[in-house]
Ligand binder design. Structure first.
Ligand SMILES: Nc1ncnc2c1ncn2[C@@H]1O[C@H](COP(=O)(O)OP(=O)(O)OP(=O)(O)O)[C@@H](O)[C@H]1O
Length: 499
């Protein structure tokens, strides 16, 4: 019989009229990976944010090893033996790697009121080495590192002190294959040591593979707790959504010829230290995928096309000869871009859903009169928020108050509203639940059929295989290979070209 580590008892949390968590009770055991699943906005992060001191507890109790806890912040939660790797960036810019790892726990390096930075850096270096992340340097500013490396620093920060419970909130889709393997290794280590992982993910095969127990939430309400070995993916979908999920997931067609018409030509593009001499064409109606490992540079491709890279050389040219060297020119010429770093580069957190959706379309909305009507803006925002099933109070709600997946839906709603001809999507389904993911894939398929061209950069090999006409593999900043759409492609085929 497993020993109970955490009792969640009658937990509730409201935000205004939103009942984010409603009277939820379940137990989490020692030495297990306990998954928490549910559609976007079902209350997973709200629950774990209360456990880890990010949100105050509405009502109800967390009982950890027999003792009630109510941490007021993350440092207090750490002191109770609970930590979290959050969904978005959980490290602070302007601090070093070491300062981030020991944030709130610097006391151990302070003697007679003076902080011993050398000792802190030394300890951080030892930890980074132990975790196999030696290439990340303790004394460097965290800002020098990309999204994924910052996530690796968070893994160290959240686990180095052997907490009783580590919450991993939708982290795997932020990581490349190798980062993921590292995370899985640490999850296994935590479990073997008798501690517990609470694991949030929308990737059901991953959930079934990596967790022992699964708790399902729907609209803030507890649905069930099941053993992974007793259920299938379809069982989980049904429990999450409340009904059978049917229909095509990815594209179903094979063998369709892509148009010869080139809409965008990327020639000899180099961004120092990130990508080198990248050349490719994008065709009309094509979905072109980019895959690779963390240092492959694939995420820079999107920025380079959108005119958002620093120090870029080489050319990005549209069919009519227009050179894209800056963001305004890109938007003006019907190029859309969503970044992987959603909170910092894609949404304006402190603006409403409506403002975010209308942002690139203001000229079109103002029309010839150059006057913006509130009614028109609201109608436009309503239409596209609804199309993407954004779970919200209304379009006046701030984006910062949305669940992670719903923020991502706002980003996509914005560009669907803009109706751009070339759409560059970096990690478009990151953090998105299965039902909306299916909708996005169908939408991309429709866009392709309507003659739009899409570049999809993704860590999700299955979605690259399932959706793309062609997949370009990046390695060490260069193109290392290319694969055409084929029924027989599998993840191993892609991985072998990445490593
Ligand atoms: N700070 C906040 N202010 C207002 N509403 C919030 C806040 N945080 C969360 N919510 C709302 O609470 C509900 C649950 O959100 P939560 O982030 O817990 O969902 P989730 O299951 O983690 O979703 P996802 O899979 O998209 O991350 C959503 O309707 C969300 O908009």
């Amino acid at each position: 019989m497993s020993e109970v580590r955490l009792q969640v008892k009658n937990l509730c949390k409201n935000f205004g009229i939103t009942k984010a968590v409603q009277n939820v009770s379940f137990n989490v055991n020692k030495g297990e990976v306990h998954a928490l699943i549910g559609e976007n906005g079902s209350g997973k992060s709200t629950l774990t944010n209360m456990l880890t001191g990010i949100y105050s507890i509405g009502s109800g109790q967390f009982i950890l090893d027999g003792k009630e806890i109510h941490p007021k912040n993350q440092v207090e939660a750490n002191n109770e033996g609970v930590s979290i790797i959050v969904q978005e960036l959980g490290t602070l810019s302007g601090l070093t790697v070491a300062e981030n790892i020991f944030l709130g726990h610097e006391d151990q390096f302070v003697h007679f009121g003076i902080k011993n930075t050398n000792a802190m850096n030394k300890k951080a270096t030892e930890l980074l080495k132990k975790y196999g992340f030696d290439r990340i340097k303790a004394a460097d500013m965290i800002d020098h590192y990309n999204f994924e490396d910052r996530k690796l620093v968070e893994i160290v920060k959240a686990t180095y002190f052997d907490p009783k419970i580590v919450v991993i909130d939708e982290t795997t889709t932020a990581l490349s294959q190798e980062g993921r393997e590292e995370l899985y290794k640490h999850m296994e280590r935590i479990k073997k040591s008798g501690n517990t992982v609470i694991f949030i993910s929308h990737d059901l095969p991953e959930i079934l593979d990596k967790s022992d127990t699964i708790t399902i939430l729907r609209d803030g309400v507890y649905i069930d707790t099941v053993k992974s070995k007793d259920v299938t993916e379809d069982d989980l979908k049904k429990l999450m959504v409340g009904r059978e999920v049917t229909g095509d997931y990815y594209r179903a067609d094979y063998g369709e010829k892509v148009s010869d018409e080139v809409v965008l030509s990327v020639k000899n593009v180099t961004v120092p230290g990130l990508i080198e001499d990248v050349t490719f064409d994008l065709h009309k109606g094509e979905i072109l995928g980019f895959g690779g490992l963390s240092e492959s540079g694939m995420h820079e491709i999107g920025k380079a096309i959108f005119g958002a890279s620093y120090d870029r050389t080489g050319s990005v040219t549209l069919a009519d000869g227009t050179q894209i060297n800056d963001i305004p020119t890109a938007i003006k010429h019907s190029i859309a871009y969503t970044s992987k770093d959603r909170d910092n580069e894609s949404v304006v957190l402190n603006q409403s859903i409506g403002d975010n959706i209308c942002l690139p379309s203001l000229d079109e909305l103002a029309g010839k009169s150059h006057l913006l009507s509130d009614k028109k803006r609201k109608e436009f925002a309503d239409k596209y928020a609804k199309q993407m099933s954004v779970k919200m109070v209304d379009v006046n709600q701030f984006v910062s108050n949305l669940s992670g997946g719903n923020k991502q839906k706002v980003v996509l709603a914005r560009w669907i509203g803009k109706d751009s001809d070339i759409v560059v999507l970096d990690s478009p389904t990151r953090g998105i639940d299965i039902k909306v993911k299916q909708d996005i894939y169908q939408l991309m398929n429709q866009m392709r059929k309507n003659g739009k061209s899409i570049i999809m950069i993704s860590e999700e090999l299955m979605e690259l295989i399932g959706m793309c006409d062609r997949i370009v593999i990046m390695k060490d900043g260069k193109i290392s290979g290319q694969l055409d759409r084929d029924k027989n492609l599998d993840e191993n085929g892609l991985i072998s070209m990445m490593v």
